[in-house]
Design a protein around this ligand. Structure first.
Ligand code: FAD
Length: 392
């Protein structure tokens, strides 16, 4: 099998690369800020939103959507090329929570009216979404969540709490998984998927600072939040199926291998300049090159499956596990190569690569939890891929 891009895809890559060279934030490109490091940068949300609208104006946030909903009708490989180039150019603007999580779920499970109402805002890069799934004590065991939405005349009224809600403090909308039937057995059959305007009275957002010192995620409280019935995706008590489809897209969204590969190249280049690569470092570097390559080819395989309209299964978990763990392994390698200097953050002028090694390392623990933990990914691969029983 030879993964070659078509001449049209190569031309698109060049178009994107030229555009990002010119239009991407120059200071970010100089400092080689990675996608997961954005929130540590000054004025980042304005830069992110501005770039999102530039990408949206070119139709690049809806490349593989059907034309009837404002998409370009292209293969998902165009999306992959765009994201590889964004990673290479250290460029923000691709809001995965909107473009790759909720949009495909609406496309797959939403009514025609929901598609027409919500997709244009995402495609334009003007509307930001956040994800209301996890709750305190209900993360991996998502089906047991407790936020309850009771039916009242023309709406549902939600009460409860979500946690780890990334970018809720900026988001315009939230997709909310809430319980609508407490008696349903099994419990996942009593959940409903709602689209909720963040300006609705009764929503409160409190910050949580991550261990890299950045404000990415939040707690979100719902107190008598009234949600119109037309904002339900796929019907009452059908939310689990929407959430599971969404999670498969989420696990294949961010290209961990592209972030890891770019960081690895930069580490090697700088270490070579300083002439500090010893035999042990070279051995580890070779292993990591192989690891990033496996992650890349797994992602290409999954993208090919999506291009053929095939339903993903354990492949999505493989994609996320390999891609995100490679970031952690490369950051660990950076610490090994630069020793104590690798621990320095961007506040120190002595930090190699503007502190990117330490920030990627600290952020990488989150990667092993978000969108389902690495243990859950391994469990999914073991169960669905190998037919083995659940771990516990
Ligand atoms: C950076 C980041 C961003 C996030 N953003 C969002 C967001 O925007 N919206 C949102 O809803 N959520 C978000 N999350 C939450 C994330 O989905 C949860 O952290 C994740 O699902 C794990 O749930 P938990 O934290 O409750 O851990 P738990 O489920 O309590 O797990 C604790 C530990 O037990 C292990 N474990 C649990 N069950 C099993 C099992 N069956 N088999 C083996 N091991 C198991 C886990 O692997 C983990 O190591 C985010 C998390 C992070 C780190």
């Amino acid at each position: 099998m030879d993964f070659k891009f078509t001449p049209e895809e190569e031309a698109f890559r060049k178009e994107v690369s030229d555009f990002l060279d010119k239009e991407g934030p120059q200071e970010w490109q100089k400092r080689k800020v990675s996608f997961f490091d954005m929130s540590g940068q000054e004025n980042w949300i304005a830069i992110h939103r501005d770039m999102a609208q530039k990408l949206g104006a070119r139709g690049w946030l809806s490349l593989h959507w059907p034309r009837e909903y404002g998409g370009q009708g292209l293969s998902p490989f165009y999306r992959l090329i765009l994201r590889e180039e964004l990673a290479k150019h250290h460029c923000p603007g691709y809001h995965s929570l909107s473009v790759d999580f909720v949009a495909p779920a609406i496309l797959l499970k939403g009514s025609d009216a929901l598609k027409k109402r919500y997709l244009p805002g995402i495609a334009s890069g003007k509307v930001m979404w956040c994800e209301g799934l996890s709750e305190p004590g209900h993360g991996s065991d998502l089906a047991s969540l407790e936020t309850f939405a009771g039916e009242e005349d023309d709406c549902f009224v939600a009460n409860g709490q979500k946690i780890w809600t990334t970018y809720a403090h900026f988001a315009d909308w939230i997709f909310l998984l809430a319980r609508t039937d407490r008696q349903a057995q099994p419990n996942y059959r009593g959940l409903t998927f709602f689209l909720v305007d963040m300006r609705t009275p009764g929503i409160t957002v409190n910050p949580i600072i991550n261990m890299a010192g950045h404000h990415d995620f939040n707690e979100v409280f719902f107190d008598d939040v009234r949600i119109p019935k037309e904002n339900i995706v796929d019907g009452v008590n059908r939310g689990w199926y929407v959430a599971m489809a969404l999670l498969d897209y989420e696990r294949t969204s961010d290209l961990g291998y592209a972030i890891a590969g770019t960081l690895l190249n930069d580490i090697v280049e700088y270490a070579r300049e300083l002439d500090i690569l010893d035999a042990e470092n070279k051995r580890r570097m070779a292993e990591l090159v192989a690891e990033c390559e496996v992650a890349r080819l797994t992602h290409y395989h999954v993208t090919w499956m999506q291009s053929q309209g095939k339903v993903l299964n354990y492949e999505a978990a493989m994609c996320k596990l390999l891609g995100f763990e490679s970031i952690q392994h490369v950051a660990e390698f950076g610490m090994q190569v630069f020793k104590h200097y690798g621990l320095l953050s961007d506040t120190s002028s002595l930090a190699p690569l503007y502190g990117r090694i330490s920030s990627c390392y600290l952020r990488s623990f989150g990667h092993s939890m978000e969108a389902g933990t690495s243990e859950i990914d391994r469990d999914v691969i073991a169960q669905r891929g190998l037919g083995l029983p659940r771990l516990r």
